[in-house]
Design a protein around this ligand. Structure first.
Ligand SMILES: [Zn+2]
Length: 340
Protein backbone atom coordinates (compact mmCIF):
# COMPACT_ATOMS: atom_id res chain seq x y z
CA UNK A 1 0.00 0.00 0.00
CA UNK A 2 2.89 2.36 0.74
CA UNK A 3 3.66 2.83 -2.97
CA UNK A 4 0.19 4.24 -3.72
CA UNK A 5 0.80 7.26 -1.52
CA UNK A 6 -1.30 8.52 1.39
CA UNK A 7 -3.64 10.76 -0.65
CA UNK A 8 -4.80 8.11 -3.08
CA UNK A 9 -5.09 5.64 -0.23
CA UNK A 10 -7.39 7.96 1.72
CA UNK A 11 -9.52 8.58 -1.35
CA UNK A 12 -9.94 4.90 -2.11
CA UNK A 13 -10.86 4.20 1.51
CA UNK A 14 -13.51 6.92 1.49
CA UNK A 15 -14.93 5.58 -1.75
CA UNK A 16 -15.13 1.98 -0.64
CA UNK A 17 -15.80 2.27 3.05
CA UNK A 18 -19.38 3.31 3.98
CA UNK A 19 -21.06 -0.04 3.30
CA UNK A 20 -18.20 -2.09 4.67
CA UNK A 21 -18.08 0.11 7.77
CA UNK A 22 -21.80 -0.37 8.39
CA UNK A 23 -21.16 -4.07 8.04
CA UNK A 24 -18.25 -3.89 10.52
CA UNK A 25 -20.36 -1.93 13.05
CA UNK A 26 -23.18 -4.47 12.70
CA UNK A 27 -20.65 -7.27 13.24
CA UNK A 28 -19.53 -5.44 16.39
CA UNK A 29 -23.12 -5.30 17.68
CA UNK A 30 -23.65 -9.01 17.03
CA UNK A 31 -20.33 -9.98 18.62
CA UNK A 32 -21.17 -7.68 21.56
CA UNK A 33 -24.49 -9.46 21.95
CA UNK A 34 -22.63 -12.78 22.10
CA UNK A 35 -20.13 -11.33 24.61
CA UNK A 36 -23.12 -10.42 26.81
CA UNK A 37 -24.04 -14.11 26.91
CA UNK A 38 -20.43 -15.04 27.77
CA UNK A 39 -20.29 -12.37 30.50
CA UNK A 40 -23.57 -13.51 32.06
CA UNK A 41 -23.10 -17.28 31.79
CA UNK A 42 -19.40 -18.14 32.00
CA UNK A 43 -18.92 -17.11 35.68
CA UNK A 44 -22.06 -19.08 36.58
CA UNK A 45 -20.60 -22.12 34.73
CA UNK A 46 -23.61 -22.30 32.41
CA UNK A 47 -23.42 -23.33 28.76
CA UNK A 48 -23.02 -20.39 26.39
CA UNK A 49 -24.83 -22.14 23.53
CA UNK A 50 -27.98 -23.48 25.18
CA UNK A 51 -30.68 -22.76 26.27
CA UNK A 52 -32.15 -19.59 24.72
CA UNK A 53 -31.65 -16.38 26.68
CA UNK A 54 -34.11 -15.88 29.52
CA UNK A 55 -35.07 -12.91 31.67
CA UNK A 56 -33.05 -13.34 34.90
CA UNK A 57 -36.02 -12.03 36.94
CA UNK A 58 -39.02 -14.01 35.63
CA UNK A 59 -37.50 -16.65 33.33
CA UNK A 60 -39.42 -15.34 30.29
CA UNK A 61 -37.80 -16.94 27.22
CA UNK A 62 -36.53 -14.13 24.98
CA UNK A 63 -37.64 -14.45 21.32
CA UNK A 64 -35.21 -13.38 18.56
CA UNK A 65 -37.04 -10.09 17.92
CA UNK A 66 -36.49 -9.07 21.56
CA UNK A 67 -32.82 -9.98 21.23
CA UNK A 68 -31.68 -7.61 18.46
CA UNK A 69 -28.66 -5.62 19.69
CA UNK A 70 -29.51 -2.07 20.90
CA UNK A 71 -32.79 -1.88 18.98
CA UNK A 72 -34.67 -4.35 21.17
CA UNK A 73 -33.42 -2.63 24.33
CA UNK A 74 -34.72 0.70 23.01
CA UNK A 75 -38.01 -0.78 21.74
CA UNK A 76 -38.62 -2.46 25.11
CA UNK A 77 -37.57 0.76 26.89
CA UNK A 78 -35.06 -1.27 28.89
CA UNK A 79 -37.69 -3.52 30.49
CA UNK A 80 -38.55 -7.21 30.20
CA UNK A 81 -41.68 -7.61 28.01
CA UNK A 82 -43.20 -10.09 30.50
CA UNK A 83 -42.39 -8.87 34.03
CA UNK A 84 -41.40 -5.25 33.22
CA UNK A 85 -38.32 -5.50 35.46
CA UNK A 86 -35.44 -3.35 34.16
CA UNK A 87 -32.89 -5.02 31.87
CA UNK A 88 -29.27 -4.29 32.89
CA UNK A 89 -27.76 -1.41 30.88
CA UNK A 90 -24.72 -3.64 30.60
CA UNK A 91 -26.38 -5.31 27.58
CA UNK A 92 -26.63 -2.29 25.25
CA UNK A 93 -23.41 -0.90 26.74
CA UNK A 94 -21.34 -3.97 25.81
CA UNK A 95 -22.92 -4.03 22.32
CA UNK A 96 -22.15 -0.36 21.68
CA UNK A 97 -18.66 -0.67 23.16
CA UNK A 98 -17.83 -3.66 20.95
CA UNK A 99 -19.10 -1.91 17.79
CA UNK A 100 -17.15 1.25 18.70
CA UNK A 101 -13.93 -0.67 19.33
CA UNK A 102 -14.36 -2.59 16.05
CA UNK A 103 -14.56 0.70 14.15
CA UNK A 104 -11.60 2.09 16.13
CA UNK A 105 -9.55 -1.00 15.22
CA UNK A 106 -10.42 -0.39 11.56
CA UNK A 107 -9.26 3.24 11.91
CA UNK A 108 -5.97 1.93 13.26
CA UNK A 109 -5.31 -1.00 10.89
CA UNK A 110 -7.53 -0.48 7.82
CA UNK A 111 -8.64 -3.57 5.90
CA UNK A 112 -5.34 -5.33 6.48
CA UNK A 113 -4.63 -8.65 8.13
CA UNK A 114 -3.74 -7.18 11.60
CA UNK A 115 -7.38 -6.05 11.86
CA UNK A 116 -8.43 -9.69 12.42
CA UNK A 117 -6.34 -10.34 15.57
CA UNK A 118 -7.19 -6.82 16.79
CA UNK A 119 -10.95 -7.51 16.65
CA UNK A 120 -10.50 -10.80 18.49
CA UNK A 121 -8.22 -9.20 21.08
CA UNK A 122 -10.72 -6.39 21.74
CA UNK A 123 -13.59 -8.89 22.11
CA UNK A 124 -11.65 -11.02 24.60
CA UNK A 125 -10.69 -7.95 26.62
CA UNK A 126 -14.31 -6.71 26.81
CA UNK A 127 -15.57 -10.08 28.09
CA UNK A 128 -12.73 -10.44 30.60
CA UNK A 129 -13.01 -6.84 31.87
CA UNK A 130 -16.75 -7.08 32.57
CA UNK A 131 -16.49 -10.52 34.20
CA UNK A 132 -13.59 -9.44 36.42
CA UNK A 133 -15.27 -6.16 37.41
CA UNK A 134 -18.36 -8.02 38.62
CA UNK A 135 -17.02 -11.35 39.90
CA UNK A 136 -13.29 -10.71 40.61
CA UNK A 137 -12.53 -13.61 38.32
CA UNK A 138 -10.71 -14.10 35.01
CA UNK A 139 -11.97 -17.45 33.68
CA UNK A 140 -9.24 -19.75 32.35
CA UNK A 141 -11.76 -20.82 29.68
CA UNK A 142 -11.16 -17.41 28.08
CA UNK A 143 -7.57 -16.54 28.97
CA UNK A 144 -5.85 -19.82 28.06
CA UNK A 145 -7.45 -20.27 24.59
CA UNK A 146 -6.95 -16.51 24.12
CA UNK A 147 -3.20 -16.87 24.68
CA UNK A 148 -3.01 -19.74 22.17
CA UNK A 149 -5.07 -17.90 19.54
CA UNK A 150 -3.04 -14.72 20.04
CA UNK A 151 0.10 -16.67 19.29
CA UNK A 152 -1.42 -18.48 16.30
CA UNK A 153 -2.70 -15.22 14.77
CA UNK A 154 0.79 -13.72 14.98
CA UNK A 155 2.13 -16.39 12.61
CA UNK A 156 0.83 -14.84 9.32
CA UNK A 157 2.65 -11.61 10.26
CA UNK A 158 6.00 -13.33 9.93
CA UNK A 159 8.52 -15.21 12.02
CA UNK A 160 9.75 -12.09 13.81
CA UNK A 161 6.24 -11.24 14.96
CA UNK A 162 5.60 -14.84 16.02
CA UNK A 163 8.82 -14.79 18.07
CA UNK A 164 7.86 -11.45 19.67
CA UNK A 165 4.38 -12.80 20.46
CA UNK A 166 5.80 -15.92 22.17
CA UNK A 167 8.17 -13.70 24.09
CA UNK A 168 5.22 -11.47 25.05
CA UNK A 169 3.21 -14.45 26.26
CA UNK A 170 6.07 -15.82 28.38
CA UNK A 171 7.34 -12.49 29.70
CA UNK A 172 3.78 -11.38 30.57
CA UNK A 173 2.91 -14.60 32.37
CA UNK A 174 6.24 -15.10 34.14
CA UNK A 175 6.70 -11.49 35.27
CA UNK A 176 3.29 -11.55 37.01
CA UNK A 177 4.08 -14.97 38.48
CA UNK A 178 7.25 -13.46 39.92
CA UNK A 179 5.27 -10.46 41.21
CA UNK A 180 2.91 -12.85 43.03
CA UNK A 181 5.90 -14.36 44.80
CA UNK A 182 7.64 -11.05 45.52
CA UNK A 183 4.35 -9.55 46.77
CA UNK A 184 3.93 -12.47 49.16
CA UNK A 185 7.52 -12.17 50.41
CA UNK A 186 7.21 -8.41 50.91
CA UNK A 187 3.66 -8.00 52.27
CA UNK A 188 2.62 -11.50 53.42
CA UNK A 189 -0.61 -11.32 51.48
CA UNK A 190 -2.01 -11.93 48.01
CA UNK A 191 -0.54 -9.29 45.70
CA UNK A 192 -2.32 -10.16 42.45
CA UNK A 193 -5.35 -12.25 41.51
CA UNK A 194 -4.35 -15.72 40.27
CA UNK A 195 -5.97 -15.00 36.89
CA UNK A 196 -4.05 -11.78 36.21
CA UNK A 197 -0.92 -13.56 34.98
CA UNK A 198 -2.95 -15.34 32.29
CA UNK A 199 -4.49 -12.06 31.14
CA UNK A 200 -1.07 -10.34 31.05
CA UNK A 201 0.30 -13.30 29.05
CA UNK A 202 -2.65 -12.97 26.64
CA UNK A 203 -1.95 -9.24 26.21
CA UNK A 204 1.71 -10.11 25.54
CA UNK A 205 0.70 -12.68 22.91
CA UNK A 206 -1.37 -10.10 20.99
CA UNK A 207 0.81 -6.99 21.50
CA UNK A 208 4.23 -8.70 21.79
CA UNK A 209 6.61 -8.22 24.73
CA UNK A 210 7.66 -4.69 23.75
CA UNK A 211 4.83 -2.54 25.18
CA UNK A 212 4.19 -4.70 28.28
CA UNK A 213 5.89 -2.29 30.66
CA UNK A 214 3.71 0.55 29.38
CA UNK A 215 0.57 -1.62 29.65
CA UNK A 216 1.43 -2.36 33.27
CA UNK A 217 2.18 1.31 33.98
CA UNK A 218 -1.06 2.59 32.38
CA UNK A 219 -3.14 -0.09 34.12
CA UNK A 220 -1.64 0.66 37.56
CA UNK A 221 -1.90 4.42 37.13
CA UNK A 222 -5.51 4.47 35.93
CA UNK A 223 -6.60 1.75 38.34
CA UNK A 224 -5.12 3.43 41.40
CA UNK A 225 -6.52 6.84 40.37
CA UNK A 226 -10.01 5.34 40.04
CA UNK A 227 -9.66 3.27 43.21
CA UNK A 228 -8.32 6.23 45.16
CA UNK A 229 -11.17 8.54 44.15
CA UNK A 230 -13.77 5.84 44.84
CA UNK A 231 -12.17 5.12 48.20
CA UNK A 232 -12.50 8.80 49.17
CA UNK A 233 -16.12 8.96 48.03
CA UNK A 234 -17.50 5.59 49.15
CA UNK A 235 -14.90 4.10 51.52
CA UNK A 236 -14.28 1.18 49.14
CA UNK A 237 -11.97 1.05 46.10
CA UNK A 238 -14.37 -1.30 44.29
CA UNK A 239 -17.70 -2.99 45.06
CA UNK A 240 -17.33 -6.50 46.50
CA UNK A 241 -18.71 -9.31 44.33
CA UNK A 242 -22.34 -10.12 45.18
CA UNK A 243 -21.64 -13.85 45.15
CA UNK A 244 -18.84 -13.66 47.75
CA UNK A 245 -19.18 -15.46 51.08
CA UNK A 246 -20.48 -13.89 54.29
CA UNK A 247 -17.01 -12.63 55.13
CA UNK A 248 -16.05 -14.82 58.06
CA UNK A 249 -12.81 -13.87 59.81
CA UNK A 250 -9.99 -14.48 57.34
CA UNK A 251 -7.39 -16.90 58.64
CA UNK A 252 -3.75 -15.79 58.69
CA UNK A 253 -2.39 -16.50 55.17
CA UNK A 254 0.19 -19.25 54.77
CA UNK A 255 2.39 -20.44 51.94
CA UNK A 256 3.46 -24.07 51.61
CA UNK A 257 5.03 -25.26 48.35
CA UNK A 258 3.39 -28.46 47.11
CA UNK A 259 6.73 -29.94 46.01
CA UNK A 260 8.19 -29.43 49.50
CA UNK A 261 5.37 -31.25 51.33
CA UNK A 262 6.75 -33.82 53.80
CA UNK A 263 6.85 -37.51 52.96
CA UNK A 264 6.98 -37.27 49.15
CA UNK A 265 9.25 -39.41 47.00
CA UNK A 266 11.90 -37.60 44.99
CA UNK A 267 10.02 -38.48 41.81
CA UNK A 268 6.78 -36.89 43.13
CA UNK A 269 8.70 -33.78 44.11
CA UNK A 270 10.22 -33.46 40.63
CA UNK A 271 6.80 -33.96 39.05
CA UNK A 272 5.22 -31.27 41.29
CA UNK A 273 7.99 -28.71 40.71
CA UNK A 274 6.63 -27.18 37.45
CA UNK A 275 3.15 -26.85 38.98
CA UNK A 276 4.57 -25.21 42.10
CA UNK A 277 6.72 -22.78 40.14
CA UNK A 278 4.10 -21.75 37.57
CA UNK A 279 0.59 -22.32 38.87
CA UNK A 280 0.32 -23.07 42.57
CA UNK A 281 -1.72 -20.34 44.34
CA UNK A 282 0.43 -17.82 46.26
CA UNK A 283 -0.38 -17.69 49.17
CA UNK A 284 -2.29 -20.92 49.95
CA UNK A 285 -6.06 -20.91 49.44
CA UNK A 286 -7.44 -19.73 52.80
CA UNK A 287 -8.89 -22.56 54.94
CA UNK A 288 -10.73 -22.38 58.26
CA UNK A 289 -9.87 -24.36 61.39
CA UNK A 290 -11.68 -27.46 60.06
CA UNK A 291 -9.70 -27.33 56.81
CA UNK A 292 -12.70 -26.15 54.74
CA UNK A 293 -11.87 -23.65 52.01
CA UNK A 294 -12.89 -20.11 52.91
CA UNK A 295 -14.39 -17.84 50.27
CA UNK A 296 -11.92 -14.99 49.66
CA UNK A 297 -13.42 -11.54 50.20
CA UNK A 298 -11.74 -8.46 48.79
CA UNK A 299 -10.63 -5.87 51.35
CA UNK A 300 -11.68 -2.21 51.25
CA UNK A 301 -8.64 -1.11 49.26
CA UNK A 302 -8.63 -4.09 46.85
CA UNK A 303 -9.53 -3.59 43.22
CA UNK A 304 -9.92 -6.13 40.41
CA UNK A 305 -6.93 -5.50 38.13
CA UNK A 306 -8.31 -7.20 35.00
CA UNK A 307 -10.46 -4.28 33.76
CA UNK A 308 -7.46 -1.94 34.05
CA UNK A 309 -5.11 -4.31 32.25
CA UNK A 310 -7.77 -4.66 29.54
CA UNK A 311 -8.20 -0.88 29.22
CA UNK A 312 -4.43 -0.37 28.98
CA UNK A 313 -4.25 -3.19 26.38
CA UNK A 314 -6.86 -1.43 24.23
CA UNK A 315 -5.14 1.94 24.63
CA UNK A 316 -1.80 0.54 23.47
CA UNK A 317 -3.44 -1.44 20.65
CA UNK A 318 -5.16 1.68 19.27
CA UNK A 319 -2.74 4.50 20.15
CA UNK A 320 0.63 2.71 20.44
CA UNK A 321 2.24 4.17 17.29
CA UNK A 322 0.84 7.65 18.03
CA UNK A 323 2.20 7.60 21.59
CA UNK A 324 5.49 6.16 20.29
CA UNK A 325 5.86 9.05 17.83
CA UNK A 326 5.18 11.55 20.65
CA UNK A 327 7.89 9.91 22.75
CA UNK A 328 10.43 9.48 19.98
CA UNK A 329 12.06 12.95 20.55
CA UNK A 330 12.90 11.62 24.03
CA UNK A 331 14.26 8.41 22.55
CA UNK A 332 11.54 6.45 24.37
CA UNK A 333 9.51 5.09 21.43
CA UNK A 334 10.84 1.60 22.23
CA UNK A 335 8.53 1.63 25.27
CA UNK A 336 5.61 1.14 22.87
CA UNK A 337 7.38 -1.31 20.65
CA UNK A 338 8.54 1.43 18.27
CA UNK A 339 6.72 1.85 14.96
CA UNK A 340 5.23 -1.18 13.24
ZN1 LIG B 1 -38.91 -10.81 33.08
Amino acid sequence: MASIGPRVETLSLLASSPLSLIWLAALGLVVGSFLNVVIARLPAEQSIVRPRSRCPSCGHSIPWYENIPIFSFLALRGRCSACKKPISVRYPLVELLTATLFLACWRRFGWEYPLAPALLFASLLIALAFIDAEHWLLPLELTVPGMVVGLAMAAPMGLDRLWAASLGLSVGFLSFRLLEYVGWKAFRREALGAGDKFLFGLIGAFLTHRPLLVVLGLASLQGSLYGGVRMLLTGRAAPAPEDAGAGAAEPEPTMSWAFLAPGLSLFRRMALLPYSLLLQPIPDEPKDAEGEEVEWRPGKSNLPFGPWLALAGVEVLLFGPYLASKLSPLGLEWLFGGRD
